[in-house]
Write a protein that binds this ligand. Structure first.
Ligand code: GRF
Length: 202
C-alpha cells in the first residue's frame, strides 16, 4: 500500500521537491496527496501546482484565534486522509487540536542537531556558538519546540568561512537526503515510537 503524505510548507519548498522527486518512483512507497501552507504566494505551493498536486492555505490571520486556526488546519489536512504529515520548512507550531488528530504521525525537520539549537535560527545559533559540526534532525512532532522523538539525524561540518547562508545550504543538502530516505522507510517498513526512541520497521 502506498502511504498518503500531506506536506506543509512556508517557503521555498526544496524539501518538498525532494519528496516529490522521490515519490515519482512508485517503489518509493509514499505519494504526496496534498500540500498545505500558512501563507500564499510561495515557491513551495508553486512546486505542488507544477506537479499537479492539490494545495490549500490556512493563514493564522484569517482566524479569530490561534486555536481556531489550528482546528482549521487539522480539518484541511484531515480531508486528505494522510498516513503521514510532513512539516517541511513549515514555520508555525501546530497546536493541541492538530496533535490530537495527527500526533504520532506528524514529522518535522529542523536544521540543527537536536537537542542543540531549537527554534527558528538553528544555523545562525550553531554558527554563533562555534560548534564544528551541526546538521539536521527529523523528529515526530510533539507539543514542544523541536523536542519530539528523533527519527534520524544528518551531520555536516561547519567551515571556518561559513556564513549563516552557506551553512544552512550545506545543512539543507543533508536534510533533504535524510528526509527522503527516512520518510520512504517509514512508509515502506512502518515505525514504532517507544518513549523517546523511534524504531523503523514497526
Ligand atoms: C529547512 O532547512 C527547514 O528545516 C527549515 O527551513 C528550511 C526550509 O527549506 N525550517 P525548504 O523550504 O524546504 O527549501
Amino acid at each position: 500500500m502506498t502511504a498518503r503524505l500531506v506536506v506543509l510548507v512556508s517557503g521555498s519548498g526544496t524539501n518538498l521537491q525532494a519528496i516529490l522527486d522521490a515519490a515519482a518512483d512508485p517503489s518509493y512507497g509514499a505519494r504526496v496527496v496534498a500540500v498545505g501552507a500558512d501563507r500564499d504566494d510561495i515557491e513551495g505551493l508553486r512546486r505542488a501546482e507544477r506537479a499537479g498536486i492539490p494545495t490549500f492555505v490556512a493563514k493564522v490571520g484569517d482566524h479569530t484565534s490561534r486555536e481556531y486556526w489550528d482546528r482549521a488546519l487539522a480539518d484541511k489536512v484531515g480531508a486528505f486522509e494522510p498516513d503521514l504529515v510532513v512539516l517541511a520548512g513549515f514555520m508555525k507550531l501546530v497546536g493541541d487540536k492538530f496533535l490530537a488528530r495527527f500526533g504520532g504521525v506528524t514529522l518535522n525537520t529542523h536544521p540543527a542537531l537536536s537537542p542543540s539549537f531549537p527554534g527558528m535560527h538553528g544555523p545562525r545559533d550553531a554558527l554563533e556558538y562555534g560548534v564544528k559540526v551541526t546538521g539536521a534532525t527529523l523528529f515526530v512532532v510533539d507539543a514542544g519546540v523541536d523536542t519530539g522523538a528523533i527519527v534520524a539525524q544528518a551531520v555536516v561540518p561547519v567551515e571556518d568561512d561559513d556564513s549563516v547562508e552557506t551553512l544552512h545550504e550545506r545543512i539543507k543538502v543533508a536534510e533533504r537526503a535524510m528526509l527522503v530516505e527516512s520518510v520512504g522507510r517509514m512508509a515502506r517498513e512502518g515505525f514504532a515510537v517507544d518513549g523517546r526512541r523511534v524504531r523503523l520497521g514497526g
